[in-house]
Design a protein around this ligand. Structure first.
Ligand code: KG4
Ligand code: ZN
Length: 351
């Protein structure tokens, strides 16, 4: 018997993107995003402003997702929403809006973990990915490696001990006066710079664990700027500085991920989250994956950044597995932290 297909309206408001999508199985019928730019002057996301902006945009974004899918509200079989982890005020806007919709439509409401959205976003690019696979999630809030046996068995094999990789990009940009978010501008400037121009640390590169640490980069860069550019960074030094900082981050991400892939004998690697938009990370990861015969799935940019299609995909999977009747109770709420931390797997002795 074929698995049932549900038309799922998904909502994502965990940070600074207000997103809605319509998903049927692994097919995306529409995906709409409003990226909040009002945080730029502050050098980071201001939680209170983020939740207010979600409130302002969520109705219009949801309407557009339904219109672009050429559907009406009564075609929706279920609603899915990100409940954790994220900024609590932002999450609450999405969760409460989704609850209202579910009650009004008399449809089930599926709570979804944002990280699971990123982990399984590879299916939006390639619906035929087979388990198990290795997933690297790199974003502004997270840097973690997961060994994924199926939709329910996800093992955390390493994560950052301090800053996330995206934070390292953002802090570097802030030190260089390049604004927020830092990743895209560093990516662009680094393209014409020399990655060996300045020496920056690669913390935990040779550590046996699969953990990461990026907070030292900011301190090292601060020291370097004081030494070489005590009166301010000239524009012509920016490409080399960006390329050097980017290389330090990318080296660690690629080295650790490829070592994990070898150790776990992974056949497939999925890289997702905002930082996976980085062109040097994509290039180097592809090069190394090809070298060891590893299949690399890099979702297109719109599925790498926060989006609601990935939330719809996970929501659909839960509906298929547990049935709509399991999602009639609306007693859950949002949580800033992961509700159930994925089980941490010990690094095998042969590492
Ligand atoms: O996944 P995401 O949209 O939101 C979070 O859940 O954090 O990721 C945002 C992060 C920011 O830190 C941003 O600087 C980084 O992704 N980013 C990039 C690039 N595009 C976005 N980092 C490096 N290179 C890029 N091209
Ligand atoms: Zn994210």
């Amino acid at each position: 018997m074929n698995d049932p297909l549900y038309t799922v309206l998904a909502l994502e408001t965990s940070c600074d993107e207000t997103a809605a999508a319509i998903v049927r199985g692994r097919e995306v019928l529409s995906t709409i995003l409003h990226s909040q730019t009002l945080h730029r002057p502050y050098g980071g996301v201001v939680p209170e402003l983020a939740s207010r902006a979600h409130l302002q945009h969520i109705v219009a974004i949801t309407r557009r997702a339904i219109e672009e899918a050429r559907l009406t509200l009564k075609d929706i079989d279920a609603v899915a929403v990100t409940t954790h982890p994220g900024l609590i005020g932002s999450l609450l806007v999405g969760v409460n809006f989704a609850k209202g919709l579910a009650v009004r439509l008399r449809r089930p409401l599926v709570p979804v973990n944002h990280l699971e959205g990123h982990i399984f976003s590879g299916f939006l690019e390639d619906p035929a990915i087979s388990f198990p696979f290795l997933a690297l999630v790199v974003s502004g809030g997270h840097t973690a490696l997961f060994w994924v046996e199926d939709f329910e068995r996800i093992q955390l094999i390493g994560s950052t001990r301090d800053d996330a990789a995206g934070e390292a990009f953002d802090k570097t940009a802030s030190l260089l006066g390049l604004g927020y978010p830092g990743g895209p501008v560093i990516d662009r400037l680094a393209a014409s710079g020399n990655p060996r121009a300045f020496e920056l640390p690669r913390p935990l590169l040779h550590d046996r664990s699969f953990d990461f640490s990026f907070s030292g980069l900011k301190t090292a860069l601060q020291g370097l700027l004081r030494r070489y550019f005590p009166t301010g960074v000239p524009a012509e030094a920016l490409p080399d500085l960006c390329a050097s900082a980017q290389a330090a981050i990318v080296d660690v991400l690629v080295h650790k991920t490829i070592r994990a892939a070898r150790l776990y004998r992974a056949r497939t690697l999925v890289v997702a989250g905002g930082v996976s938009a980085n062109s040097e990370l994509r290039r180097r990861m592809q090069q190394e994956a090809d070298r060891i015969g590893l299949r690399l799935v890099l979702p297109r940019l719109s599925y790498c950044l926060d989006n609601a299609a990935m939330i719809g995909l996970v929501g659909h999977e839960k509906l298929r597995r547990l049935g709509p009747a399991a999602f009639r109770r609306l007693t859950f709420t949002a949580s800033p932290t992961p509700l159930r931390a994925p089980q941490k797997r010990e690094v095998p002795q042969s590492a």
